[in-house]
Design a protein around this ligand. Sequence first.
Ligand SMILES: [Zn+2]
Length: 266
Amino acid sequence: MELIDIGVNLGSQQFKKDLDDVMARARAADVAGMVITGTSLAGSLRALEIARGADDLWCTAGVHPHDAKTWSDSSAITIRKLCADSKVVAVGECGLDFNRNFSEPEAQRAAYSAQLGIAAETSLPVFLHQRDAHDEFFSTLKDAWPDLGGGAVVHCFTDGPAEAEAYLELGCYLGITGWVTDARRGDALRRAVPLIPDERLLLETDAPYLMPQSIRPRPKSRRNEPMHMIEVARAVAELRGQAIEEVAALSTANARHFFALTAGGR
Ligand SMILES: [Zn+2]
């Protein structure tokens, strides 16, 4: 079986001490590729540095809505430059997060729109983040859609059937994390997962965040790792009434196609 983790924050401080072990454990657990999320300028540079280290690693380049307050014209220049590297397979993560508003909504809007513009210019896919901001996020995306030649993935999709239908109708891929293993918090998502067509499904851990709730015995550490991709795949397979092997095969094929993954770059 082969799995591809399309959203893993390997540049996180939490992986600093044992990154090589974390990647080795993932590879031993059927993870055939990892797309490292860039969430800030420094974070995107770090993601690229890691991605350059192996043929089964790629990365995104972007500024997360939490960091949108740092966005400036020079950020756009840096992201554009990073996008010229063949290891950078998407613009983002970018979007809107009105859940905690670590950056003012106005700053979030500016950074989101600018990065949609870079995705349009470069024809790279865009790696999107949305939390508690669906309506505005979606309408901005819809306006930009005709220019987004590389398509879009709504990463860590956590909403329900109505939101899923809207994104799918537009043409987005949906990235599903271990949120799906949370029976209480993940209820809406669990109802949406069976509605995703085979060809739009992507899987991710969002590690070190979102430890799957399904691991037994419960891990002592709260740090999620890409080796837990299997937990995400298993939960998604159960909800969709598919074999885990089938979900692994189709989501891996989707990831390779969507990000145009090839050894050494895109
Ligand atoms: Zn995110």
